[in-house]
Write a protein that binds this ligand. Structure first.
Ligand code: MG
Length: 258
């Protein structure tokens, strides 16, 4: 089932896409049993996470590409909720970076509070999967030595277009990044060093995962730069297709500290 968040008649709720042009309310308390024309709803951000937890270096082929030894435990970092945008929203390249990269990633959306969850119990805590782009200011990542600034600019976390709740096998999904129609990244989640269930379990031993929180599971080989005017898509088999344009930040805010 493909699920989105919508506003309709001053009410906000999760809805299932039941046809190309209609949705069905999933919140029984709203007493909306009739299908609603898609044209009559306002699309809301898919998720409102308290945190976006990301995993660095989680594909064997990407580690080989970088000449690095696969880690023995997941490498975690965070992106702030303010970096999240939806399908079609623009990725804004900040003026202070000269290299902004795409990173196609499978995203896990948490459905049930998770703390000290065993790997075999992890699937019960997953709402579904979606596409994400772990946009990164690569030059600032290298310069700063740690990743907070490079990963955290507003618009650096496109997520969507829907939450797919029925992925047949999350460990066998083709994943691609396409820029202006050209294939730039290609991999398969079978190549992950740490599988989604392992990641949910591992992260839940560090921090409480809440419904709506998102885990970005790492990127396959082929990362590369974006330019102003590009259109970048993240495509994952049986999950979805997420397209975002790329623009540059305008002239510096005159009120900014020089
Ligand atoms: Mg990444």
């Amino acid at each position: 089932m493909r699920i989105i968040r919508v506003r309709y008649q001053d009410r906000s709720f999760y809805a299932a896409i039941v046809s190309p042009d209609s949705v069905r309310c999933l919140n029984l308390e709203e007493n909306l049993t009739e299908d609603i024309p898609l044209a009559e709803v306002e699309l809301l951000p898919l998720v409102r996470p308290t945190k976006v937890v990301c995993v660095g270096l989680n594909y064997h082929e990407h580690a080989r590409e970088l000449g690095l030894t696969p880690p023995d435990e997941p490498i975690l970092f965070l992106k702030p909720p303010s970096s999240v945008i939806g399908p079609g929203d623009a990725i804004v390249m900040p003026a202070c970076s000269e290299r902004v990269d795409y990173e196609a990633e499978l995203a896990i959306v948490i459905g049930k509070t998770a703390r000290f969850v065993r790997e075999e119990d992890a699937p019960a805590h997953v709402f579904g999967y979606t596409c994400a782009n772990d946009v990164t200011a690569r030059d600032l990542q290298k310069k700063d030595g740690q990743w907070t600034r490079a990963k955290s600019f507003d618009t650096f976390c496109p997520i969507g277009p829907w939450i797919e709740t029925q992925v047949p096998d999350e460990r066998a999904l083709g994943i691609r990044a396409v820029v202006n129609g050209k294939l730039r990244q290609e991999g398969n989640t079978a190549d992950m060093i740490f599988a989604p269930a392992k990641l949910v379990s591992f992260i839940s031993r560090v921090m409480t995962l809440l419904p709506g929180d998102v885990i970005l599971t790492g990127t396959p080989p082929g990362i590369g730069p974006l330019q102003e005017g590009d259109e970048v898509s993240v495509e994952i088999d049986n999950v979805g297709f997420l397209l975002n344009p790329v623009i540059s930040e305008g002239p510096a805010d005159p009120s900014a500290v020089q």
